[in-house]
Write a new protein. Structure first.
Length: 87
């Protein structure tokens, strides 16, 4: 697994609902846009869409954090190593 960038905390698998759901993974992280570094998308192997490249650091960090959580969840569920597309 790719190391997380400094702008993201370690992934947390805390289940937020009262009852677990079968075949479901929930992962979260906190992000700090002030720690987003040039090259984080490349180092994490997450291609940023053009709309994200034009966005402010907060939106970029939010997008990167979300894609990292989604990729890790897919790896746990189906052993897939992919980044979900927008949409």
């Amino acid at each position: 697994m790719t190391p997380l960038p400094a702008c993201c905390t370690p992934l947390d698998a805390h289940w937020p609902l009262p009852d677990p759901l079968p075949d479901t993974v929930f992962l979260s992280t906190r992000f700090d846009p002030t720690l987003l570094a040039q090259g984080d998308f490349l180092r994490c192997a997450v291609p940023p869409p053009a709309s994200i490249q034009r966005s402010v650091a907060k939106r970029q960090a939010e997008f990167l954090a979300g894609r990292l959580c989604a990729r890790a969840a897919l790896q746990q569920l189906d052993q897939l190593d992919c980044v979900p597309a927008i949409g």
